[in-house]
Design a protein around this ligand. Structure first.
Ligand code: E4P
Length: 217
């Protein structure tokens, strides 16, 4: 399973990248706002740091303008993935940009039918939003499962990029289902290391070690 980091904060990406935890990065207009950075500059910096796909999102809503923005974003680096919203215009832009050989991530997916359309339009990645479905008392994992079944039924090559991940359990459930990629905030990826029995066991070992009076170095 590939791990993408959902942030535009360079320091956070670099810390996880040094550990080999970053296969790619996703950003969106809200994350660019949070970073306080210029989208073109920060995307270039991320692309220089991470060789994998780096999603940068268009903000136009009409297909021709989306295509123009997507082409400009794709000029930043060869690993830029143009992120397009799952609207009819977004699908038109997806068809054109993917036809030009650009990687495309179709975002804001909330139904399996939407995912089916994105695959047919040639999307490289489909981003179903788990957390935002959970927020309205629907089950985000059901959507990941449905898309997995549908894509496998017909051999679609579009990769399922489980997004809007809010917890380590979302990562685990996505892995169980067979999502190709997860994108999660750095704090969620780091929280996966936590287990109370690890903390308890380590405390016991440290206490017993202190009683030996020994040093390794
Ligand atoms: C994915 O590409 C999105 O940027 C992100 O996962 C959205 O997450 P949120 O619903 O927590 O804002």
């Amino acid at each position: 399973m590939k791990f993408f980091v959902d942030t535009a904060e360079i320091d956070e990406i670099a810390e996880l990248h040094d550990l080999g935890m970053v296969d790619g990065v996703t950003t969106n207009p809200s994350l660019i706002l949070k970073s306080g950075r210029d989208i073109l500059e920060v995307t270039k910096e991320i692309c220089e740091l991470v060789p994998g796909p780096v999603s940068a999102e268009v903000v136009a809503t009409e297909a021709d303008a989306m295509i123009a923005e997507g082409r400009k974003l794709a000029e930043i680096a060869s690993n830029v993935t143009v992120k397009l919203p799952l609207t009819w215009d977004g699908l038109k832009a997806c068809k054109v940009l993917s036809g030009e050989g650009k990687m495309v991530n179709v975002t804001l997916c909330f139904s399996a039918n939407q995912a089916l359309l994105a695959a047919k339009a040639g999307a490289t990645f489909i981003s179903p939003f788990i957390g935002r479905l959970d927020d309205i008392n629907l089950d985000g994992m059901d959507l990941i499962q449905d898309i997995r079944v549908i894509y496998d039924n017909y051999g679609f090559e579009t990769q399922i990029l489980a997004a809007s991940i809010r917890s380590a359990n979302h990562v685990l459930d996505s892995a169980r289902i067979g999502a190709d990629v997860i994108t999660a905030p750095p704090k969620v990826i780091k929280s996966m290391v936590n287990h109370p029995l690890t903390d308890k066991g380590l405390a016991q070992f440290m206490a017993d070690w202190a009683k030996t009076g020994q040093d390794i170095l």
